[in-house]
Design a protein around this ligand. Structure first.
Ligand code: AMP
Length: 415
């Protein structure tokens, strides 16, 4: 074969798509119950939007974006995440004018040029939500509860929720300075990557993937102990609401997340069902982003979650989505019935019944085999005799029973 899907991309095949659709529908349903409305933003945006909002120093902007010049010479980027796009749209369309709190969700493909491995793709799918316009801890707790509810609805129980507060523009710089000074004392023992981060993003050193870095930084000061009064009260309120909602969590003082615009609450949901890529979802508050992008200062909180990782867990659990098989297969016994079969198939479809018939002029035997293969619930065989009598044998393939029925009552009987 000459062409193959690009490395790190995957087809969602017809045999898998009913599961995807079911899961997406469940996710939408939970979003709607929480009164979040869907937003669909373009798959590509100007490169500067992502560079500005995600941060030049992050891995995403530094090495993972699919960025190219279009034919007019403009630099565009396939979206690596959707928060930036949603905030761009919020500002551009004045969404905050109509209501003080705007609650939106999205589901769609994202693109990052990462090294592909199990659970890590270059085109992957995320669902997520953003609540923009509220600074309250109640909103953070709702966003976390919303993400958790999606996993709960899908029967996923082996997840853990970690939360932290990353402070704000007042207390974080103070903490960063203290941390930087501590890190400088052990700088030469740290991994090269962590050494590089000390100056620009010292908090990221604490969530290094390097075991030795983690040992060396085990006793480092954590931001939770340096929060100002407002951030500390906010964090306490989020925790007490999660407890009130019956959502277990642990506080992880090293959780910082890769993106620059987070303030106060940060959270991550992981699962032991996944391998090394164990993050199911991440999110938090980002009160500085809208202003950063040129809008009026607007507090906001949200999360993003990976679809493929969710699907991996469901697959492991042998989760069965409701099948999308035809309700009835109309087999044609002889040429004289062909037009009736085609017409009736169309008629049933118009009336909300999924119906199938043969389009390949196959023998009756082959048609019956096809009905089986398609897992149709019912099958009828129609020929000149059936048309003359106005009656047909309705076979129920699911329980191997049959009954003689009037052709004109067929639709009611299988409804
Ligand atoms: P992030 O936007 O990096 O916080 O990612 C949020 C979630 O998206 C992660 O917890 C993963 O579940 C998922 N995710 C991120 N990157 C990838 C990827 N390259 N392939 C598959 N899923 C991903």
């Amino acid at each position: 074969m000459n062409y193959r899907a690009i490395k790190g991309t995957k087809d969602i095949l017809p045999s898998e798509s009913s599961r995807w659709q079911f899961v997406e529908q469940t996710i939408r349903d939970v979003f709607h119950r929480f009164n979040y409305k869907e937003i669909r933003t373009p798959i590509f945006e100007t490169t500067a939007l992502f560079a500005r909002s995600i941060g030049e120093l992050t891995d995403i902007v530094g090495k993972e974006m699919y960025t190219f010049q279009d034919r007019s010479g403009d630099s565009v980027t396939l979206r690596p995440e959707e928060t930036a796009s949603v905030m761009r749209s919020y500002i551009q369309n004045n969404l905050g004018e109509a209501q003080p709190l705007v609650k939106v969700y999205y589901i769609g493909p994202m693109f990052r040029q990462e090294r592909p491995q199990a659970g890590r793709l270059r085109q992957f799918h995320q669902f997520g939500a953003e609540a923009t316009g509220s600074p309250t801890a109640e909103t953070d707790a709702e966003i976390i509860a919303l993400a958790i509810e999606i996993y709960r609805r899908l029967g996923i129980t082996d997840y853990s929720l970690k939360i932290n507060s990353v402070g704000d523009e007042e207390c974080r710089p103070r903490y960063k300075e203290i941390l930087r000074n501590e890190l400088l004392k052990i700088a030469e023992k740290l991994s090269p990557e962590s050494q590089r981060r000390i100056e620009q993003n010292p908090m990221r050193v604490l969530d290094s993937k390097d075991e030795r870095d983690l040992e060396l930084t085990a006793a480092m000061p954590l931001i939770v102990d340096y929060l100002n009064e407002e951030c500390a009260a906010h964090f306490e309120k989020v925790k007490s609401l999660l407890t009130a909602y019956g959502i277990p969590f642990t506080v992880d003082g090293r959780l910082v997340r890769g993106l620059d615009y987070y303030t106060k609450t940060a959270f991550e949901i992981t699962s032991t069902e996944l391998g090394s890529q164990d993050a199911l979802a991440g999110g938090g508050r980002y009160d500085l982003l809208v202003k950063e992008l040129g809008g009026r200062s607007t507090p906001s909180v949200g999360f993003a979650a990976g679809m493929e990782r969710l699907m991996m867990i469901l697959e492991k659990k042998q989760f069965q989505a409701p099948q999308q098989n035809p309700k009835i297969f109309l087999a044609c016994a002889d040429e004289s019935a062909r037009e009736w079969v085609l017409r009736t198939t169309m008629h049933l479809r118009s009336n909300g019944i999924s119906a199938e018939c043969d389009l390949l002029s196959r023998s009756l035997k082959a048609q019956m085999k096809e009905a089986d293969r398609q897992n149709a619930k019912y099958v009828i065989v129609v020929g000149s005799k059936e048309l003359a009598n106005g009656k047909v044998l309705l076979k129920d393939l699911s329980n191997h029973t049959h009954q003689e029925v009037q052709l004109d009552t067929l639709q009611e009987l299988i409804q």
